[in-house]
Design a protein around this ligand. Sequence first.
Ligand code: URP
Ligand code: ZN
Ligand code: ZN
Length: 465
Amino acid sequence: MKTLIKNGTLVTAADAYVADLLIDGETITLIGANLDPALADQVIDATGLYVLPGGVDVHTHLDMPWRGVRSADDFFTGHRAAAFGGTTTHVDFSVQSKGGTLREAVATWQGNAKDKAIIDYGFHVAITDLTDAVMAEIAELPTIGVTSIKMFMAYKDSLQVDDMTLFKSFQMAKNSGVLSLVHAENGDAIEVLTEQALTAGNHEPIYHALTRPPELEAEATARAVWLAKVAGDAPLFVVHCTCADALAAVSAGRARGQSVYAETCTQYLFFTKDDLLGSAEDAFNGAKYVCSPPLREKSDQVALWRGLVNGDLASVSTDHCPWRYEEQKKLGLESFAKIPNGVPGIEDRLYMLWEGGVRSGRMTPSHFVAITATNPAKLFGLYPKKGTLAVGSDADIVLWDGDAQHTVSAATHHSNMDYNLFEGYKVHGKPVKVLVRGQVVVDGDQLLAEPGSGQFVHRSSPLLI
Ligand code: URP
Ligand code: ZN
Ligand code: ZN
C-alpha cells in the first residue's frame, strides 16, 4: 500500500518546508515537490497542515504496580490516549524485582504490552538490586534492544539505590553502550522530613511538596552528575528535572563537557506547588497533583522554559503515571505519604507544548519537533527509524492542525483517567490524522488501530547529541 501526503508543511528538527511525502508500506520512501499522485494508492491532502514526525515520549508508567494497585492506564488505554495526542512511540519503565533479573523485568512488561499495544514501544529497565549477575546483565541489555537503565535515588525502602550501586551501574553502562537514567532526589532526607511532618500531624497533600524541597533534588542531581564524571564520563540522562537549582547542576556538567542530558515533563511547565493546596470545595483535590519530584515555583517554570530554549533540557516527556482520583489517589486521605505518586499527561504533551512553546513565541515548530521527537529518539537509540521525517524512516506521522482550538477535558480525553490535569485549558494544536508505520491509527475522532498492532522497538545505543 502506497500513501502520498500532499502539500503539507513538513517539519523536522532542522527545517520546515512545503513538500509531498510518499509512504510505501511502513516506510517513508520519497520526499519531494509536486510528486505525482499516480505514484500512490491513496492521497491525503495536507494543505494548511503541518506534517510532524510522531511524538516520542521516553518516560511513562503504564500498568505499573505500586503498593497493591496498578497505574490506571494499561498498554491499550495508554496507547489510545498517546495516539490521540500525536505520540507514536514511547519508552516505558520495566522494574527489576528484588532478587530478580533484568531480563525477567523486561519480559514481564513485554507481556503487559504485547496484545494491547497500538503504538510502538520500548523499555528501560530500573535496577533495584545490583548483584554481580545483574552487573553482567547490563552489558547484555543491548542484545535484547534495551539500551537504558534507570536508578532511583529516592523512594526509600522500595526502589531507592545507594551511591555504590549508582556508581557501579554508571561504569558498566558506559562500557556497554547503555544510557544511565536517574530519578534525582535525596530519598534519605525525604524520609526524615516525611516522618517529622506526619508526627507533627501534617497529613495534607501539600506536605508531599514541603517534604521534598528543591534543594534535595539539586543535591541528588549534582551528586549523580559528579559520579557520572568520575565513572569515565558515563552518559547520564536526568529524568523529570523540575527546578532551577537541579537544572544548574545539569548545565554545570554540560559546561564541563560531560555527556549529561535532562528532560522536564509537561506538568512542571504549567503547574506549581500551590496546586497541591486543593480547593475550597475539596481540600484533598491537591492529591491530583502529587508527583515526585513535586511541582515547584513559578520561577522554576521560567528556568525550565529557558533550559528548553537554550538546549540544556533536551526533551519533554510526560512521566504519565496515572492514578484515578476516587479509587487510587484517595488511598492517601489520611496521609500524604500514601497518595500514589504520579500524574497523567500522555495525551496532552504536544498541544500543551505547542500552545506554551510555539504559539507563545518561545520556540519554532522545528524546536518543538526537536524536544518532543528528535532529541529523545536520538538519545534513546530510536533514531532515525523514529523521531524524524526522512527517506528510510518509519512512517510515524502526525498531520497537525496548528490552529485548531479545543478545551482540554476528562470528558473528551482517551485515557482511563477520571480527571485530566489540564482540565479547562483552552489550547491550539491538534492531530487531524496520526499514522504509525504507514497505518492511519487516528482519523479525527476515530480510533482505527487494533490492539496488538503496536510493536516493540529494538533500540540501538544512544546517539549522544
Ligand atoms: O511521581 C512520579 N513521578 N511517579 C512515577 C515514578 C517516578 O518517580 O517517575
Ligand atoms: Zn521518578
Ligand atoms: Zn517516572
